[in-house]
Design a protein around this ligand. Structure first.
Ligand SMILES: Cc1cc2nc3c(=O)[nH]c(=O)nc-3n(C[C@H](O)[C@H](O)[C@H](O)COP(=O)(O)O)c2cc1C
Length: 167
């Protein structure tokens, strides 16, 4: 066992699934981001938690709209995931640019991602400030799954390139 930089050891905690976090702006237009820091949090009631950089476009809009979708992609959406994770919705209409397919959700204004393996519909349950991130806990009000389709996991970055694996 050797002691390393904390950041380096954090990077070794993988693979873990990566998701899209989708919400809507004041006009009801969808936007969102890629998120690797998330977890199941409670079953009764069902809660799911994400950690978003405070002040990011998606984080600000979730606080306003009080709702979001967590969409777990397969390899089918790898390119779109990187696009959503490397541009801000303040400058780009990510849904228009990627032509990503959506489907109406059951309870929210935010859409589901048609090609995702899992979509969770969440209402904002609670936020907690943790240094420069906001811990956002969502109350899951509906869950959708595509049988036979896998999930996309991140293997981290090498020479600035991002690596993913479907499991
Ligand atoms: C694979 C991947 C995982 C990411 N995970 C997170 C995360 O867990 N939390 C976060 O705040 N940003 C994360 N990001 C960065 C955001 O997705 C990125 O800053 C995005 O441009 C924010 O978009 P917005 O400004 O439209 O909200 C991740 C990016 C990638 C590519």
């Amino acid at each position: 066992m050797i002691e390393l930089e904390i950041k380096e050891v954090f990077g070794k905690i993988r693979p873990h699934p990566v998701v899209f976090v989708i919400t809507v702006d004041g006009r009801g237009s969808p936007t969102g981001m890629a998120c690797g820091w998330h977890m199941k949090t409670n079953l009764n009631p069902p809660l799911y938690t994400i950690a978003l950089k405070t002040g990011s476009h998606t984080e600000e809009l979730i606080k306003k709209s009080q709702e979001f979708v967590i969409a777990f992609p397969s390899k089918l959406l790898e390119e779109e995931l990187v696009y959503f994770g490397t541009r801000s919705g303040r400058e780009f209409d990510k849904f228009k640019e990627t032509k990503i397919k959506t489907r109406k959700s059951k309870n929210l204004q935010s859409p589901l991602l048609e090609e995702a393996t899992i979509n969770l519909e969440c209402f904002l349950y609670k936020t907690i400030t943790a240094a420069d991130h906001t811990i956002i806990i969502g109350r899951v009000v509906a869950a959708h799954h595509k049988p036979g389709q896998k999930l996309l996991f991140t293997l981290g970055r090498k020479d600035k390139e991002r690596y993913f694996k479907e499991l």
